[in-house]
Design a protein around this ligand. Structure first.
Ligand code: CA
Length: 423
């Protein structure tokens, strides 16, 4: 077992039982406050451990890294050190926060300098994202979309069970939770219209996804196997792949998604390490037909992570509209990364690879409004009496996720984003 995952560990910081951030989690993020410039921290209960200050106290002296790497506005330089260093830092942070350790807890000045309340901090984008890929790896989602837009008998295209389908998305418009986005404008054409028009999307949707972040690069021309992918994946965030369905329908033939997706994608600020998620590994769905040799993997690479989507209208309460689970993925992230590199395309530190919409088999587990309302045919009733076919102006969409085992809850916090009217 990874040392920091030990379920018997307790912290000297008081942590609520339903917290996403017990001592067994220790996710990494980037934050600032009125008095602290952007820097790396670790979430613990309602606090952030300021790794920049912890480094200045030489608490990482036994680890082979420059502690100034935490005085950055992104995690890229830290995660570029590689898995042995990520693991050593997380284990060291775990030691410092244990209830039987007094290195920080024994000194009230040090406590004050090392800990920041999360509600006094502003979370920033955790990584600089050089490249973003969006996959399409949930068989339930692909089947639902294929049924709606093609036909039920041939919902999955012939390539789907052979290739982890994906496309290259836009990295520049990935934003951290809490960033509002304006309703995008674009070209659409109603089925009965003679010509397209340009204007605000009428069918704005979310997509419930999880994205992994790479911490190791490959050289151009080099490929990795699914088993080697373990050393490349640093951790995961929740990912909302906002989508304008009417723009998408008109533009996607023949080259795939473009402006219907690139106006913005939202991510949760805390990167939960693959190490912390180790206890939640489960077997994935049986892959039949067997994948080609370059996609064959060993061990379990699906993760039992409960996911939820909520809509909060302006001034209203949260309405839970979807409950899904990351374990449903047909293609796992190791296969996705091996596939991405299989043609020799180079991987970079900070790359983001989103799973594709994560739908389950139940109607309330569909990960988009498109599926939940079946293209608007079955609107969702909210607690204030209003209905939604898609997302309205001034609605906030919230996604949360956590795994729970042996009384330990490893959570992601949330990704939320508000939709402002088109400008
Ligand atoms: Ca997507």
């Amino acid at each position: 077992m990874i040392k920091a995952n030990d379920p018997s560990l307790h912290s000297w910081i008081e942590i609520a039982p339903n917290s996403d951030f017990p001592i067994q989690n220790l996710p990494f993020g980037v934050f600032k406050t009125d008095t602290r410039d952007p820097r790396v921290g670790v979430a613990i209960g309602e606090y952030i451990l300021d790794l920049c200050v912890v480094g200045q106290y030489n608490f990482f002296e036994l680890i082979d890294l420059d502690p100034n790497v935490f005085h950055r506005s992104h995690l890229n330089d830290f995660i570029a050190y590689g898995k042995p260093v990520w693991r050593a830092v997380r284990n060291r942070v775990s030691d410092l926060l244990r209830n039987d350790n007094t290195e920080i807890s024994g000194d009230s000045t040090m406590i004050r300098e090392c800990l920041v309340r999360q509600d006094e901090a502003e979370m920033l984008m955790p990584v600089k994202v050089p490249n973003y890929t969006d996959f399409y790896s949930s068989i339930e989602h692909a089947t639902n979309v294929g049924t709606m837009f093609r036909d039920q008998k041939n919902a999955l295209l012939p390539n789907w069970k052979h290739i982890p389908i994906g496309y290259h998305g836009r990295a520049s418009s990935i934003v951290v939770s809490g960033t509002a986005l304006h309703r995008p404008k674009g070209q659409t054409k109603a089925p009965d219209a003679d010509a397209p028009t340009f204007g605000p999307t009428k069918l704005l949707d979310f997509e419930l996804e999880v994205a992994f972040i790479t911490g190791k690069e490959t050289k151009l021309g080099e490929s990795i196997t699914p088993d080697e992918a373990n050393d490349y994946i640093f951790g995961l965030v929740l990912f909302n792949d906002w989508s304008a369905r009417d723009m998408q329908t008109w533009e996607y033939v023949p080259l795939g998604p473009f402006l219907a997706k690139s106006f913005g994608s939202s991510v949760s600020p805390w990167v939960v390490t693959l190490d912390a998620l180790e206890p939640f590994k489960v077997k994935g769905p049986v892959q039949d037909p067997a994948p080609l040799p370059y996609l064959i993997f060993h061990g379990n690479h699906n993760y039992d992570i409960n996911l939820e989507v909520l809509i909060q209208p302006e001034g209203g309460t949260e309405n839970s509209i979807c409950r899904s689970n990351y374990k449903y993925m047909y293609w796992n992230m190791n296969q996705q990364l091996a596939h991405q590199s299989s043609n020799g395309c180079n991987l970079q530190v900070g790359d983001m690879y989103a799973s594709g919409t994560i739908s389950g088999s139940e109607k309330d587990s569909y990960g988009s409004m498109l599926e939940l309302t079946w293209r608007g045919a079955n609107p969702i009733k909210l607690s204030d009496g209003t209905e939604r076919k898609f997302i309205n102006d001034n609605d906030t969409v919230i996604m949360r996720g956590y795994g729970e085992k042996n009384g330990i809850r490893i959570g992601f916090g949330e990704v939320n984003g508000k939709i402002l009217p088109a400008v």
